[in-house]
Design a protein around this ligand. Structure first.
Ligand code: IPD
Ligand code: CA
Length: 267
């Protein structure tokens, strides 16, 4: 079951990303809320992904950022969790940092995933117990590993942000991260922020609330690359989102203490 779904998932993420990239910086933008853009291409790409999944795996459920759940998620054995464009604000502004994120979740645990960054032709994938991999420019996939940085004052942590949580909570979080000596950044794609941790480019990613479509793929990349994550799927994280934390292995407990978010005991 896993290998056919994984091959399908990788091809689908790449096809969807190439489709999105044709309108990079020029798709019609509207607002779902304050600082919450959606482009015509978000919807077009989600439709494309949904119809390909429905054709190939009609018994699976789909949960997507734009159109929600295809049916009751609790009854489905397999749920595809899709973000057609993660980093929409970047995409809409012509900033080359966005991705198509597709995760496959079974029994509330990520099973496999693919993440495609069209601007850099980077195709990430992972399957539970089989490692996290990156193919760049269509080349052979190489195995990913988290960084070995073990000092907080040498660490770079991406702090994701949205208006879904109060400003004061974000200021307090930033203060803790900076006081610990970490560098911080916010690049506007939770999915790619998690991929950066998996690839060893940064030491951590955290956000006070993120939706499952933003992180279902990235969390599996991190654990399969040897990193640590919080228990994102607890208490219906799939349906309603949760706080998120992902770290390299060396800094796991130290970053969890700084960020004040416990790590999952079993990765
Ligand atoms: C957002 C991005 C952002 C994260 C937000 C997400 P969108 O998704 O991933 O980096 O901080 O929580 O909502 O709107 O670009 O699909
Ligand atoms: Ca998103």
């Amino acid at each position: 079951m896993t290998s056919s779904r994984l091959d399908f998932c990788r091809q689908l993420a790449a096809d969807a990303g190439r489709h999105a990239h044709r309108a990079f910086g020029s798709s019609v933008i509207s607002l779902k809320g304050r600082h919450d853009e959606v482009t015509a291409m978000d919807r077009e790409v989600e439709d494309l992904i949904r119809s390909r999944i429905a054709q190939a795996f009609p018994d699976d459920a789909v949960l997507g950022e734009e159109a929600g759940a295809s049916r009751g998620l609790a009854e489905a054995a397999v749920v595809w969790v899709i973000d057609p464009i993660d980093g929409t604000a970047n995409y809409a502004r012509g900033i080359a940092h966005y991705a198509v994120s597709i995760g496959c979740v079974a029994g509330n645990q990520p099973l496999l995933c693919a993440l495609y960054d069209p601007s850099h032709d980077r195709l990430y994938h992972a399957a539970r117990g089989k490692g996290a991999w990156l193919s760049e420019g269509g080349g052979a996939a190489r195995r990913l590993a988290v960084s070995t940085v073990s000092a907080l004052d040498a660490a770079t942590v991406e702090v994701g942000w949205s208006l879904r949580r109060p400003q004061a909570d974000y200021l307090a979080l930033l203060q803790r991260v900076m006081s610990a000596g970490c560098a911080f950044r916010r690049a506007g794609s939770g999915a790619l922020g998690l991929a950066d941790v998996a690839a060893g480019r940064t030491e951590g990613y955290c956000e006070l609330h993120i939706n499952s479509w933003d992180c279902a793929a990235g969390l599996l990349l991190v654990t399969e690359a040897g990193g640590r994550v919080n228990d994102f799927f607890r208490d219906d994280g799939l349906g309603h989102g949760n706080p998120v934390l992902a770290t390299n292995a060396a800094l796991g407990e130290a970053l969890a203490a700084v960020i004040d978010m416990p790590l999952h005991t079993t990765p």
